[in-house]
Design a protein. Sequence first.
Length: 408
Amino acid sequence: AFFAAFLKEQEERYNRESSTLADISIEIGNIEAAWRWTTQLGDAATALPLCTGLFFIGDMWGWLGLVQPLFVQGVETLQAHLRAEEQEPTQLDAIAILIARILHAQGSLLMRRGRLSAAFACARQAEAFARQAERSPPQTFALIYARSLRAIILGMRNEFDESERIFREEQIPYWETATTSEFQGPDFSLGNAYMGLGAILVARGHYNAARQVLERSLAVKERSGEFRFRALTYSFLARAYAGQGRCTEGLDAAVEGERLSREFDDRFSLSSALVTTGRLLLANDKVNAARRRCLEAMEVAEETGNRFILAWARIWLANVALAEKRVTEATSLATDALALYQREEMESIDLLSEILLAQGKCALAAGQPEAAEESFRRMQALPRCSAPYRQAAEEALAAVQAGRAFET
């Protein structure tokens, strides 16, 4: 209970002011032991804040190697408690909700690595366990969080219709009227729901609508006084501006997201913000600065174990190398990104689209139009290829067939 309270205090402090990992790292052995003890006891009341704290550690600093095995052990141990005949109905409900929350946290961390099938399985199981606890008021929170994770993963798999529906019809209406929340108040979750919807709209190429939704997300976050994920919201806003060709405004938004990430030592958001800033710097012909951002993004992604961002950073460094006429380096980076994508069993259609687009551009720069055309056709044939990437593939193919250079 002491370490559950300790982690809760650390997270609340982190959400509003710059924090340090040192306070947590000193106690990590005790935190791990506390988790094993509470799950073995089936003590849901203490294990829930510990679960939240462990997710916070894995999410903010990338300690996936520590956190993921603890979540797997926790679910297995708690399922044994569910099968125990001596448990009261209220105890069974509390344990089912706890399992749902652990699976939600586990799925969220798997998503960071691009492991979308495994993450989606966690989201589905979390929803099933939450529905078991129909007698318990906390069931609503567990269910709404599981549905949110499902929506995010569907969006990353380019299943946009269902993802957008969940955000519009379930998440946003719920948090607009909620009076309480387990995380920093309802505005925290409402701001994130708007951010999720905005991200989907960016991916669909609905840039004007995306900007409006993302600006609403920022306004809610400003009202609540919390910064967490505000940096990430700015990254999506930057991409919305870029999609409209407003690269100067996009760069301003990207730089603000990067600034916030650094100010609060948010390593997850920083890696994403650095790639976004790098691509906007490249769009504004600031090639040297773009290279520095992409290299730093790769370094932070390595530190935090975020393989998805690592592959993405490599692709944009490849684009920078192409702008510098370093074709061999660009080709190597694009090849490495594809190998990482395949090795980690990632399933993001948009990330694969970016990899194939970069590989085609590298082949074109190397004087291999046939290989370039093959890469662009593979991209065009991807199932659920989103509109912006489909358009890029069509433009690239037209350029190859006309024998001219292709810029994106």
